[in-house]
Design a protein around this ligand. Structure first.
Ligand SMILES: [Zn+2]
Length: 145
């Protein structure tokens, strides 16, 4: 699974977005260390705080099935009518959730516009001061057991 393929899956996930309030559809594709992919989309709610982002949807789907080892996530977003025109970085809440489960140096975040146009970061670059659980495995990720 290369980054381009992961962006393609994020674009597919975006089609499932439930975004009647913002009209902003986001898709995410989360690659596990085992090579599986969990897709997520944003799911809005008329009580706005009940809304869930695409990234957290994908991560929570995996965690709810006992999967915690992640390599990368591709994220795409854009207006429902105009499509994906620019990059869609994750919000602060999603960055904190990534920090709970993902290694700050090894986990890759891909901001995608298309299968050929994307930017790559690691988690430490986009979330340098996360709230961490300190574990025997070092700072950062670690929540299973
Ligand atoms: Zn978010």
């Amino acid at each position: 699974m290369n980054y381009s393929e992961l962006v393609k899956l994020a674009l597919e996930a975006r089609e499932m977005a439930y975004a009647p309030y913002s009209n902003w559809k986001v898709g995410a594709a989360l690659l596990t260390s085992a090579g599986d992919v969990y897709k997520g989309c944003n799911v809005e709610n008329s009580g706005f705080t009940a809304t869930n982002c695409a990234e957290r949807t994908a991560i929570f789907k995996a965690v709810s099935e006992g999967v915690y080892d992640f390599k990368a996530i591709a994220i795409v977003g854009g207006d429902a009518n105009e499509g994906v025109k620019g990059y869609c970085p994750p919000c602060g809440v999603c960055r904190q959730v990534m920090s709970e489960f993902c290694h700050p140096d090894d986990f890759i975040i891909i901001y995608g516009k298309s299968e050929t146009e994307y930017k790559i970061f690691n988690l430490r670059e986009i979330m340098p001061e996360a709230v961490y659980i300190v574990s025997d495995e070092g700072e950062g990720f670690k929540a299973k057991d």
